[in-house]
Write a protein that binds this ligand. Sequence first.
Ligand code: CA
Length: 223
Amino acid sequence: MQQILIVEDEARLASILADYLQVAGFATHWLDEGGGVAAWVREERPDLILLDLMLPGRDGMEICKDVRAFSTVPIIMVTARVEEIDRLLGLELGADDYICKPFSPREVVARVKAVLRRTSGQTPQDQGLALDPPTMRASLDGCNLDLTAVEFKLLAFLLARPGQIFSRDQLMERIYADQRIVNDRTIDSHIKKLRRKMEQARPGCDLIRSVYSVGYKFEPDQG
Ligand code: CA
């Protein structure tokens, strides 16, 4: 049985989430403050974390950073702060998805299942990739890729959503805080440089594919 860690300081909300997740066939564990989360995750290795942003003890972003230092466990950030900058920060920290409060518990269960489907089996390590969000350093087959901040964000974003195709507009919305400074050709040029750097590390590497007239996706090597 897959175990979901719920980190949420509102007891009523946590108990509703736990009920719905248990009915959907998951085991759950609840922590109501941020201080002990990383240690608990290291010890118990849950299959996914639902992580509230505003917590006593240690906030969701710090926890995300702590956990990413030793684990690729899927993390869904839960936040009442919907500003784009928070989403972006969450993305830079390596979260896999976001849910905005208020939410329906049904929607949460659906997102948990979707993230688990997306992330099961294939980890960045399986693809020879290692990403360190705090320093924005990435390596492929042990070679440092020497990415710019934008290239790193593009890679991290696509990598977290394998097989999903994103248009240039969608990538721009998720990568840039200020969209006035870019146009869709800019995305093409960043992707081109990112792919060139990956090919230098691994000749013939086509982990990032362009989908004609649509956009881009990360396509994991199977096997
Ligand atoms: Ca909270």
